[in-house]
Design a protein around this ligand. Structure first.
Ligand code: ITT
Length: 210
C-alpha cells in the first residue's frame, strides 16, 4: 500500500457520538495518513431520511446527500444488528427500534424482551456495517462487513455504545462492551468495513480519488 504524501482528509456525516468516537480512533490507528472530522456544519443540515429496506441503500443515500454540502470526500455508514430469529430485526431499524426519543437502554430492553425464552441457535446475531464514500453528489465506493455473535440474556460491560452490552463476540470471548475501543475496532463490523475503505482510498496515485 502506498502512503500519500499529504494526509487523506475525510469528513464523516453522522449524528451518532459512538460511531464518531470509533472513526476517530480508527483514523488515529491508521497513522498520519488519515484525518477524520465531522462534516463542517453537520448539525445545521436537515437530517437525511433513512427509509430504505437495505443498509447499502441507506448508507449510499446518506453519503450522497451529505456530500452535496462539501467539496471534500464524505463518508457515511449505515449499520445495525440483525437477529435471524426475529426475522432480521432490528436490522435497518436498529436506531429507531424502540421508537423516537428512546435510549440505548430502552432498545436493549425491547430486544431482550422480544428474545425472552429463545435459546441456543435462536440467539445468533450479526452486526452489519456499510460504509459509503461520496464526493460532490457522486458515490466513489461502497464497503461492507459483518461480525457474528450472539445475544446475551443480560447486559455485560460498559464500553462502546448501542447494543454493545448484549452482543457476545465469540471471537474475543467477551461482549462488545467488555472490549476496549481498540480491541473492538480491530475486528468489528465497522472496523473491517473502514479498513476496506482505507485500502481503496490509499490504493495509490491512480486509485486515489483526490
Ligand atoms: P447516523 O445515521 O447519523 O450515523 P444512527 O445512530 O442513526 O446515526 P444508523 O442509522 O446507522 O446510525 O443506526 C445504527 C444503529 O445500530 C445505532 O444507532 C445503534 O443502535 C446500532 N449500532 C450500529 N453499530 C453499532 C455498534 O458498533 N455497536 C452497537 N450498536 C450499534
Amino acid at each position: 500500500m502506498l502512503t500519500p504524501s499529504k494526509p487523506l482528509r475525510l469528513f464523516i456525516a453522522s449524528s451518532n457520538e459512538g460511531k464518531l468516537r470509533e472513526y476517530r480512533a480508527l483514523a488515529e490507528a491508521a497513522g498520519a495518513s488519515i484525518e477524520i472530522e465531522l462534516l463542517p456544519g453537520f448539525d445545521a443540515i436537515p437530517p437525511f431520511e433513512e427509509d430504505s429496506p437495505t443498509f447499502a441503500e441507506n448508507a449510499a443515500g446518506k453519503a450522497l446527500y451529505y456530500s452535496r454540502f462539501s467539496t471534500e470526500l464524505v463518508i457515511a455508514d449505515d449499520s445495525g444488528l440483525v437477529v435471524p430469529a426475529l426475522g432480521g430485526a432490528p436490522g435497518v431499524h436498529s436506531a429507531r427500534y424502540a421508537g423516537p426519543g428512546a435510549s440505548d437502554a430502552d432498545r436493549i430492553r425491547k430486544l431482550l424482551g422480544e428474545m425472552r425464552g429463545m435459546t441456543g441457535e435462536s440467539r445468533r446475531a450479526c452486526f452489519v456495517c456499510v460504509v459509503v464514500v461520496a464526493k460532490a453528489g457522486e458515490v466513489l465506493g461502497l464497503f461492507s462487513a459483518s461480525a457474528e455473535g450472539e445475544i446475551l440474556e443480560s447486559p455485560r460491560g460498559n464500553h462502546g455504545f448501542g447494543y454493545d452490552p448484549v452482543f457476545y463476540f465469540p471471537a474475543m470471548q467477551k461482549s462488545y462492551a467488555e472490549l476496549s475501543r481498540e480491541e473492538k475496532n480491530l475486528r468489528s463490523h465497522r472496523g473491517k468495513a473502514f479498513q476496506k475503505t482505507l485500502e481503496f482510498l490509499l490504493a495509490g496515485p491512480e486509485g486515489r480519488p483526490a
